[in-house]
Design a protein around this ligand. Structure first.
Ligand code: CA
Length: 695
């Protein structure tokens, strides 16, 4: 009865006995079942669910690698993946097999000791579905259960795979087919069901969480996060009540509230917790006033039925893209002399929340970065807003940025230090909406004026961004230490009983810090920027630490300043004490921008129009001002042949298999011509500027 063992010598003794009797060198294989998931903390060898345990503390009791020995940590093995995109997954490990995912929802099963590939599975996501994701074609990982691997795919499917072979057992469409929904998050297992969310609140979607029978793939329950068309019977009392907090005709653009990342479970309370995304559109002036329940919220559902148990809205009437989908961390804390079962979240909106997870009661909300949209949270848990920021009379500079003071990146809690470790992005966004706003249901419906170039632009250009690794005391509600980062963005965290915190950075360095005081103890250059969360496991008495690397992510697919840092394909690096492996550091050369030879008859007015259209439709992948981060083509380098096919590519979709979707439903031929004129003008400007800089 493994679940009753503690981490003492009993386990080692039992292992010796089992090995002695069987005469076999391998430990007995056990299934990931409900009991194993419930008791994942005592399984120190494996990492069987997204956040290691149901509490998602990402704390490992392993301590072979500790503050004394970590200096000897070296590369045991690595694996390179096919794409220059963001790799956000937390690998899972069970019985010596490591399961991880990458761009386009591809899964790999690897020998956890050597990295040798056991199998790979490509769900063949239509590449033009990349149009329907705000923030890269990513996947954060799989769930394991009873000999199967469960995968959510970018095009909204949930797939059960045979864990031994990678062969699909079932494959169901969880979202409206071909709609602007996506799955980027990892599923979790709740009592024989696979619970999965979906993304899309930047588009015209209505968010929901659903649960499927792990054995058969049959839908068990589906719970919407926001109310639908009020002329229809509401799905639940909770949604009928939520509808009272909306005005206007919100359902026509879906309302948003997508649960696109964190899902956690408390088996004692039998509650499933998850966070919901922003409202669609972003601004209440175009969607109607009101709190808009349950966007930007933390919700608790009953595990058996999906019925809402409670909800807490972190940003009522969200106006700043403050999704509440950041990691949810469960812990038992003593607060003001009382033992509380809490849920914690470092929210995009800049506040660190501690909520009672039994009933959703607000305990505390404390700013952990610069915040200007609210002055604090009142005793009832409601933010005290800065009215001028919400009014958005003109373009408005808002802190934190819409990318969030913290986003999906895993956070960790070390019960030995009592601290939460998280990446903090201290930055601002410019929020503006055009006067003549018309929504295009085929594309994003944020309502943001991405082409804004008015008077506030100069002030916004002076805003700074910085990043830290923060150690936060959730009881005392204050910082204990922080480490400044060279680039603003950095990755998820892992903490261990070795008094360590591991974190990767945008410059590709993978770091270990002392958990108690933040002293840097070790680093390794993975060669590729890191955004994912690290994990650790143990095999035959050796502790391994693993992390995924990969450029990409939100804000024009970049996790580092354009033109800085080393460029490379996704990579998994795995470390042990005493290992001395090396990775290839690929520094892709950036050739000069050639002077375009293609001639296109466009007027200056068309070029100006093209600039606006490019900012609205193209910049989120190809880069602001036609400067790509390198993950997708820099259009300033387009060859003459590309320009000759420009209409066929943009409207005809001839490159859709390579991820360039058709924009025939979004743009007329004349508009595409204007965009091309703007691209050519930017190419000329850049070529001339580079030639001048040479002399
Ligand atoms: Ca969002």
């Amino acid at each position: 009865m493994r679940r009753n063992w503690n981490r003492s010598g009993w386990l080692a003794l039992a292992a010796v006995l089992i090995l002695g009797i069987s005469g076999c060198g391998k430990p007995a294989q056990t299934q990931v079942d409900d009991a194993a998931l419930r008791d994942a903390d005592s399984d120190t060898a494996d990492w069987i669910t997204y956040g290691r345990t149901y509490s998602e503390q990402r704390f490992s009791p392993l301590k072979q690698v500790d503050e004394q020995s970590v200096g000897k940590l070296g590369l045991a093995w690595s694996k390179d993946f096919p794409e220059i995109r963001a790799y956000e997954a937390t690998p899972l490990v069970k019985d010596g097999v490591l399961y991880t995912t990458g761009a386009w929802s591809i899964v790999w099963a690897l020998d956890a000791k050597t990295g040798a590939q056991l199998w790979t599975y490509d769900p063949k996501v239509p590449r033009d579905h990349g149009k329907y994701v705000c923030c890269d074609v990513v996947n954060r990982g799989v769930a394991l259960y009873k000999g199967r691997v469960y995968l959510g795919t970018l095009d909204g499917r949930l797939i059960g795979l045979d864990a031994k072979t990678g062969a699909p057992v079932w494959d169901v469409q969880t979202t409206p087919k071909d709609g602007p929904y996506a799955i980027t998050g990892a599923p979790i297992i709740v009592k024989g069901r696979v619970v999965i969310g979906n993304a899309g609140s930047e588009y015209a979607v209505r968010g929901f969480l659903s649960a499927y029978d792990a054995d058969t793939g049959k839908l068990a329950w589906k719970t919407y996060t926001v109310p639908g068309d009020p002329s229809q019977p509401g799905e639940s009392e909770a949604l009928k009540n939520a509808a009272k907090t909306w005005t206007g005709e919100w359902w026509k653009l879906g309302g948003g509230g997508s649960p696109w990342s964190s899902i956690v479970y408390d088996p004692d309370l039998d509650l499933v917790y998850f966070g919901t995304g922003n409202a669609a559109p972003w601004y209440d002036q175009s969607r109607g006033k009101g709190d808009n329940q349950w966007v930007a919220s933390i919700l608790a559902l009953k595990g058996d039925t999906g019925e809402q148990a409670w909800g807490y809205q972190t940003t009522p009437g969200d106006n700043w893209d403050y999704d509440s989908t950041q990691p949810l961390l469960l812990a038992n804390l003593k607060i003001d002399g009382r033992d509380r079962r809490v849920i914690m979240q470092a929210n995009k909106n800049g506040f660190f929340y501690v909520i009672d997870r039994e009933n959703g009661a607000f305990i505390s909300g404390t700013p952990y970065t610069d915040v200007n949209w609210a002055t604090g949270i009142d005793a009832n848990g409601r933010p005290m807003e800065n009215a001028a920021i919400r009014a958005m009379k003109d373009a408005t500079i808002v802190r934190p940025a819409s990318e969030g003071a913290h986003n999906w990146h895993p956070i960790s809690f070390n019960p030995q230090t009592g601290l939460v470790y998280l990446a903090v992005l201290n930055s601002a966004s410019l929020h503006a909406t055009p006067k003549d706003l018309k929504f295009n249901p085929h594309d994003q419906v944020t309502g943001v004026d991405r082409a804004y170039h008015g008077p506030v632009m100069d002030k916004y250009a002076k805003e700074t961004a910085s990043g830290t690794l923060l150690a936060w005391d959730p009881v005392a509600r204050k910082e204990v230490w922080h480490a400044d980062q060279p680039f603003p963005k950095s990755g998820g965290t892992l903490t261990t009983a070795g008094n360590l915190v591991f974190q990767g950075r945008a410059d590709g360095k993978f770091e270990a810090y002392r958990a108690t005081d933040g002293k840097p103890l070790w680093e390794f250059d993975t060669g590729v920027g890191v955004v994912a969360g690290p994990m650790t496991y143990s095999l035959d008495g050796t502790q391994y630490v693993a992390v995924m690397s990969g450029w990409g992510g939100p804000t024009v697919l970049n996790n580092r300043p354009i033109g800085k840092g080393k460029m490379g394909r996704g990579r998994l690096t795995v470390y042990t004490l005493g290992a001395t492996g090396k990775v290839e550091i690929v520094d892709l050369p950036v050739p000069p921008i050639p002077m375009p030879t293609f001639k296109l008859a466009v007027t200056p007015a068309q070029v100006k129009d093209g600039a606006k259209l490019f900012a609205t439709y193209c910049a989120r992948c190809h880069g602001a001002n036609v400067v790509s981060g390198g993950e997708v083509p820099d259009l300033r380098r387009s060859a003459e042949s590309t320009h000759k096919s420009f209409q066929d590519i943009v409207r005809g979709g001839v490159l859709h298999e390579f991820g360039m979707a058709s924009f025939a439903e979004d743009l007329t031929a004349e508009q595409v011509k204007s965009i091309e004129g703007y691209v050519l003008s930017r190419a000329k400007e850049s070529a001339m500027a580079e030639a001048k800089a040479k002399h």
